[in-house]
Design a protein around this ligand. Sequence first.
Ligand SMILES: *[C@@H]1O[C@H](CO)[C@@H](O)[C@H](O)[C@H]1NC(C)=O
Ligand SMILES: *[C@@H]1O[C@H](CO)[C@@H](O)[C@H](O)[C@H]1NC(C)=O
Ligand SMILES: *[C@@H]1O[C@H](CO)[C@@H](O)[C@H](O)[C@H]1NC(C)=O
Length: 383
Amino acid sequence: MPNFHQALGIIISFATLFYLALYLLDPLRSSLGYAPRRHIQHSTRIVAVGDLHGDIGNAQKVLEMARVVDSDGMWSGEVDVFVQTGDIIDRGDDTIKLFGWMEDLRSQAQRAGGQMLSHLGNHEWMNAIGDWRYVYESEVKTFGGITARQAMISTGRIGRAWAANYTTASRLPLHPILGAPNEDFPPRARSAAGRLPTPLSHAAYSFVHGGLSPNYTRLSPFPSAINAIGRSLLRKLQHRVQPRPHPPHPYPGLPSRATPEEHTFYGSGGPLWYRGWALDDKEKVCREVDSVLEKTGTRRMIMGHTPDFEEIVSRCNGKIIIIDTGISHAYGGALSALSVEYTLKDVRSSSSYKWREKEVVKAVYVNRTVVLVDEERDIFGDI
Ligand SMILES: *[C@@H]1O[C@H](CO)[C@@H](O)[C@H](O)[C@H]1NC(C)=O
Ligand SMILES: *[C@@H]1O[C@H](CO)[C@@H](O)[C@H](O)[C@H]1NC(C)=O
Ligand SMILES: *[C@@H]1O[C@H](CO)[C@@H](O)[C@H](O)[C@H]1NC(C)=O
């Protein structure tokens, strides 16, 4: 047994050798191209799917085609983030199955280190309001009647999932140094905000069902300003005495306690119903889009709601992407998914930091894939 002084000597010698080795190896590591901030290298794969409208068969086909799930409908682990932009309900019978499946996938994703972002579309909101114009009688039967359906979509299983795990808008960073999904832009921390904009500060996408109009006043901070209004309105709707559904009963409207900003939120210029990005002419939308991307801290905005039955629509070089292709048999449109592959690689030389960013956005269909965006950028300096 070495005595105390011998032990101390041994420890000091090892510590010295260790630091000496680090000191000698560091320039060697650098000259071999290993950067000290290698963890900034990153790749991510995102899949987004639009309106599903009560058709679990076609939903399974689309998610399997995009490799979000396997042939048994289980999370495949091949995708990092799966986004659905709302309108799962109405025009079909599979409401209960679809919302149940989404919660199963969410848990599976979480266990596999993946993530899901789910959104309420205007049809989920219509149902919460009691506007049941697009509800099939056969679908009401799957709940066991009107009262049971009202219960399940308000304070029951489906309504609780909406309140807990669905938002109206989201912001998804392509790189983790921008924060977790749905962290606000601009960032709250003064140090980070003071550094805006950085080459990566807008490396994020927004997702919403209808669209983020340039005239919508609650864009910022994004997405919490929108989602706070949505949460407040949903709570009021879910906890009121459920009105008798329209039709045949009169349109119930928003609760009497709804605030003016909750009315604007649900209005035709709000995030659930806005169609300007899909329908306005090209000059107008491409002139207006940058102001919204700037305010939301994003490069592209992805939305559903306004279908094109043939294909996913990309406008203004992919700054606007509309992914509703009428997937449900109620429409018989194209089965489609949006796929995003992002990588940030360290390509620095011995004398300077350099990163190469690559962003490939594709529309995936049953028999073909169309590249919508294929961009590569070099970023110099520290990030
Ligand atoms: C919300 O999602 C989590 C998994 O992220 C799940 O554990 C929870 O049960 C879901 N909540 C509801 C109300 O469905
Ligand atoms: C926003 O408001 C301006 C001024 O009222 C108007 O010219 C513009 O068309 C509006 N944009 C949208 C997308 O509604
Ligand atoms: C895909 O291609 C196959 C074989 O060419 C064809 O039979 C099928 O109809 C196509 N499906 C779609 C959805 O276009």
